[in-house]
Ligand binder design. Structure first.
Ligand code: FAD
Ligand code: FO1
Length: 534
């Protein structure tokens, strides 16, 4: 029965000791000495992958590590027989993030702090930029080795460089890609051009990297500062608010320099447990229609996982491991989900990692920059200011409804994001202004914003896709089967990862979309009614 299955699964879960950790997930940021002989602990500087392991609600009773950076740090600490500490540096501002995003993130971190406490692993919330607070923390706590996770975006990469420069010479500093299944630097050594070129590389390496996780174990080497009762654990060092103390959380909010006017999102409960519940409901209720209805904004067919994936509260690898168990019943949906969440997402990471202009027109291919420049002076049928776009007061009821969905719910349907961004190109004074407005609005309102997926896009997969967007292409757009709605502002506005299309005003050869095309694709009136301005 169930008990026997659980027992078998527990036995099957690799334990931390015999688990063979794949070192290709790790790279050395700075050498340091083998180990400081006066080392008192190992530190995991948590940044992007804000999770421990969470109760795996799909495989009852078998908590699985789910975070390769955390697991690597514990592995080091166990080998050196040292305590393990975790810290998170809370920055006062991050791109266009507002209190909507910080609340979601901080609530998730509270859950991390509580999980860490149960594992004898102190969690420290440091207030400020890593370069200002981390080196002090390292010295004050006698950190003998530092581990962090990975993001390809400019700002988090700068944070890592800044810490590297200020870290004491003898402290080794390692980085683990805990966000991608195939580590970004392993998937490809260069910027990839299309899904066709990266897909094979990724799939060939999935057997090696798409594995189960070992659990994070209760840490046997107790922290140097004795673990005080959960509610009153203040660390001795000056910057640190150990985050299990509710009052400390309020202090965190006051340290932020963000816009407090964007209201919280009701439908999405932050944290790993809630994110895993969303995964469970996706598998139980929506997976079956993912391949057929994921491009219909009126249908509940998407996973809805992006907020929890963005903040690293749920691991994509966990989502894929669980979804793949249902391939026998829902092959098309599982394959489509893998294509989106693995191939296209890792392609977005690849682009941001290897193209320093990932968020500007300069990051686009030459043909796209040429065509946009050629048509930059074409007459725009409508011109809207950022405020008019933000308030959703254009002449286009579908566009307005999509904008209001994003503002009110913090998550615009993936298919509409493409139409939404392309209309911004059509209704603003230049491609540069269009990109600036689209990224600003996307990052200010989307819970999953400020993410590599938001900048760049999917690839023209040359007809292998199961779904056609031809219905949405303007009259002169060639029928093209694009398997899924593409990601990203640069895909929509600058044709990144897309091909050229029949030339037309304003868009030049950038793929065009129009209202009539959307009407052929789904019930536009029904969607507009849902978000009609009250
Ligand atoms: P599902 O369809 O259930 O997909 C599951 C996961 O797969 C997503 O969470 C995401 O991680 C990944 N994924 C899905 N579609 C794509 C894609 N085409 N390319 C890359 N990865 C994909 N996604 C963000 O995470 N953050 C953003 O800021 C963002 N901005 C976008 C802006 C525009 C203009 C466009 C066209 C797309 C954008 N996307 C962004 C990509 C995509 O729309 C979202 O990832 C998706 O709608 C999130 O909802 P979901 O998790 O329910 O999607
Ligand atoms: N990372 C941090 O290390 N500290 C922060 O205070 C922080 C705030 C933040 C707010 C919104 C958001 O979307 C991301 C944020 N991140 C923060 C960045 C995150 O860790 C990732 O590095 C990024 O999402 C890029 O992948």
């Amino acid at each position: 029965g169930q008990e026997a299955i659980q027992e078998a699964r527990r036995r099957a879960a690799p334990s931390v000791r015999e688990f063979k950790y794949n070192k290709k997930r790790v790279r050395l940021v700075s050498q340091g000495s083998d180990l400081k002989d006066d080392a008192r602990c190992i530190l995991y500087w948590m940044c992007r992958d804000q999770r421990v392991q969470g109760a795996n609600q799909l495989v009852e009773g078998a908590p699985m590590g789910d975070n390769w950076a955390f697991l690597y740090a514990q592995r080091l600490a166990l080998k050196q027989e040292l305590p393990l500490h975790v810290c998170f540096c809370l920055v006062p501002k991050f791109l266009e993030a507002t209190i909507r995003h910080y609340r979601f993130m901080l609530r998730g971190l509270q859950e991390v702090a509580e999980e860490c406490a149960e594992l004898n692993i102190p969690f420290h919330l440091l207030l400020g930029y890593a370069k200002d607070v981390l080196p002090t923390f390292v010295v004050e706590h006698g950190v003998g080795g530092l581990v962090t996770d990975f993001s390809p975006l400019r700002l988090p990469r700068q944070w890592v460089e800044d810490v590297k420069e200020r870290l004491p010479e003898d402290v080794p500093f390692a980085q683990v890609d805990a966000h991608n299944i195939v580590p970004c630097w392993v998937a490809s050594p260069k910027q990839e051009y299309s899904a066709r070129t990266i897909r094979g590389k990724i799939h060939a390496q999935l057997p090696e990297f798409l594995t189960e996780f070992p659990p994070v174990v209760p840490h046997p080497h107790l922290p140097s500062c004795p673990a005080e009762p959960l509610l009153k654990r203040f660390c001795r060092c000056t910057h640190c608010l150990v985050a299990t103390q509710p009052i400390a959380w309020e202090a965190c909010y006051s340290s932020l320099q963000v816009d407090h006017t964007v209201k919280e999102v009701e439908w999405a409960t932050p944290g790993t447990a809630a994110g895993m519940a969303v995964l469970k409901s996706f598998i139980a209720e929506r997976l079956k229609s993912f391949s057929t209805h994921r491009n219909d904004p009126n249908k509940a067919a998407l996973s809805n996982l992006s907020p929890w994936l963005h903040f690293g509260q749920v691991s994509t690898q966990r989502a894929i491991l669980e979804v793949q168990k249902h391939r026998r019943n829902y092959k098309d949906s599982v394959d489509a989900f893998v294509e989106e969440a693995v191939v296209r997402r890792e392609l977005a990471e690849n682009f941001c990692y290897y193209n320093e202009n990932y968020d500007s027109v300069q990051g686009a291919y030459d043909w796209a920059q040429t065509t946009l420049k050629l048509h930059a002076k074409d007459k725009r049928p409508y011109l809207y200011s950022l405020q008019e776009l933000e308030q959703g007061t254009t002449h286009d009821p579908l566009w307005n409804a999509a904008q209001l969905q994003m503002v009110q719910e913090g998550k615009m349907h993936g298919f509409l994001r493409m139409y939404w961004a392309k209309k911004i190109l059509e209704w603003t004074r230049s491609p540069e202004e269009a990109l600036q407005f689209a990224i600003y609005l996307n990052d200010r309102y989307e819970l999953d914003g400020r993410d590599p997926n938001g900048y760049v896009g999917k690839l023209q997969d040359g007809g292998t896709g199961s779904h056609s967007l031809s219905g949405c292409l303007g009259a002169r757009g060639r029928a093209d089967t694009v398997s899924v709605c593409p990601a990203g502002c640069l895909w929509s506005i600058c044709g990144i990862h897309d091909q050229g299309w029949a030339e037309r005003p304003i868009f030049g050869k950038i793929r065009y979309m129009n209202y009539a095309g959307c009407k052929r694709k789904f019930d536009v009136d029904q969607f507009e009614r849902r978000y009609a301005p009250t």
